[in-house]
Design a protein around this ligand. Structure first.
Ligand code: NAD
Length: 421
């Protein structure tokens, strides 16, 4: 008998509990036995490390870092590394589980993992961030590797961070570019990786609009987060003819009813590191950004920003989860009740891990592709959405539950064949 929870109870679930709540909804449809649920829901390994770092001023600070390996049934663990004050064991656990379901959904031969360091990278120098990164790699060096666990960029980490990881790991294990993806092009990175997540989100948005009968040309789009995912999604949706009317970052938000000049805003952001001060636009209060009336809302920053009360106030026709877990379990229920379709994170932001797979493949084969036939093209995301839509219709569930059904079924089948038989 399923337990009914209030919206408030759903919103109070921890990040990992919320992922598992969604897991159970899909597992119910699959009639997954209890033992399989227990095994598939919990991470198989968690490592917490203390990182004492000498700061530029001469003093020492101790940071906490985490690497959670959720599942490696279908391949080595794969998942990003996040630097942010909100990083906690529970958050990393949740993000690691999402990676298992994401890699399975898009059928790349990886499991799921995630890492994070609780820190404020904007308040640290590049040298301090480098020492922190290298110290983390030394601390987790025994559990990562090209066939064990392959980190990648996430919030506040980038190609330079990945270069440091590769260098530090290689100093102990021999030259190992395949230990990490999202590297710079000059250091065995892959064409197309930099904008792959934003590109995937934009392509999925286009496919979802076609499915829902929303005209993308001229559609009003609001994007929270103007970093790797949000910035590239804004650029590509703008190029596809959508009108980006508002974007926000950690410090401020800007609005233009006529549509923002996205290339100029990106150039401004590249120079100043924030959107605040961009000329010819209206400032928006942070709380107003998500509630701005629009056709498509793309949360592409932090998790948990759309809870049940926020979801009740959204004025949009489609939510595209560029970020991981931006909608709480309560928020998801409200959106469903209000008939606002949501492209779930494990589908919408999977472009990055798909091209990471191509990067890893090139590194393992010591061969560099000249063309990125690999860049997620229009057909593949559309095909993924169609499969998810068909599953949703078959079981009368939303896109999120359908995506989990497809993903869990793949991992469960592999686990039965590999070690549950
Ligand atoms: P990023 O560090 O490049 O950019 C993050 C952006 O969010 C920045 O513009 C920052 O100012 C903004 N931001 C931070 N706090 C905010 C707040 N409170 N309100 C509004 N904006 C805020 O990070 P990213 O790589 O673009 O990742 C963004 C999200 O996408 C994360 O949830 C991440 O897990 C997810 N994601 C990233 C990738 C990837 O390939 N980078 C892949 C899949 C999912």
């Amino acid at each position: 008998m399923p337990i009914t929870r209030t919206l408030k109870e759903l919103d109070l679930l921890s990040a990992h509990e919320a992922v598992n709540y969604q897991f159970d909804r899909a597992a119910d449809v699959l009639a997954l036995p209890d033992a399989e649920r227990t095994i598939l829901k919990s991470p198989f390994r968690e490592l917490s490390v203390e990182l004492p770092i000498k700061m530029d001023g001469g003093g020492w600070r101790v940071f906490n870092g985490y690497r959670v390996q959720h599942d490696n049934t279908r391949g080595p663990c794969k998942g990003g590394l996040r630097y942010h004050p909100s990083v906690s064991p529970d958050e990393v656990r949740a993000l690691a589980a999402l990676m298992t379901w994401k890699t399975a959904l898009v059928d790349v031969p990886f499991g799921g993992a995630k890492g994070g360091i609780t820190c404020e990278p904007q308040r640290m120098s590049s040298d301090e961030r480098q020492r922190l990164t290298r110290s983390f790699v030394r601390a987790i060096g025994d559990i990562i590797g090209p066939s064990r666990d392959i980190p990648a960029p996430d919030m506040n980490t980038n190609a330079q961070t990945m270069a440091w990881i590769m260098d530090e790991y290689s100093s102990g294990h021999g030259y190992s570019p395949a230990v990490v993806t999202g590297k710079p092009l000059h250091l065995n990175g892959s064409l197309g990786r930099e904008d792959a997540t934003g590109r995937g989100a934009a392509l999925l948005t286009r496919a979802a609009c076609a499915d829902l009968g929303i005209e993308l040309k001229g559609a009003r789009v609001v994007i929270q987060g103007f970093g790797n995912v949000g910035g590239h999604a804004a650029r590509l949706l703008h190029e596809a003819g959508a009108k980006i009317i508002a974007v926000g970052d950690a410090t401020s938000s800007v609005f233009s009813a006529a549509g923002l000049d996205v290339p100029a805003l990106r150039a401004f952001h590249a120079e100043h590191g924030l959107v605040q001060g961009f000329p010819g636009v209206e400032p928006l209060k942070p709380a107003a950004l998500l509630r701005t009336p629009c056709d498509i809302l793309v949360p592409a920053a932090l998790g948990g920003v759309i809870d049940a009360p926020v979801a009740a106030q959204l004025d949009t026709r489609l939510v595209v989860e560029g970020a991981n877990a931006p909608v709480t379990a309560g928020g998801a229920q409200v959106l469903q009740q209000r008939g606002i379709p949501t492209l779930p994170d494990i589908l919408a932001n999977a472009g990055g891990v798909v091209v990471s797979y191509f990067e890893w493949t090139q590194n393992l084969t010591e061969f560099r592709w000249k063309k990125i036939a690999s860049t997620p093209n229009w057909k593949k995301p559309a095909a993924r959405l169609h499969r998810t839509t068909a599953t949703a219709r078959r079981h009368d569930v939303d896109w999120r539950t359908a995506a989990y059904i497809l993903a869990i079924d793949r991992v469960a089948q592999a686990a039965r064949l590999r070690w549950m038989s």
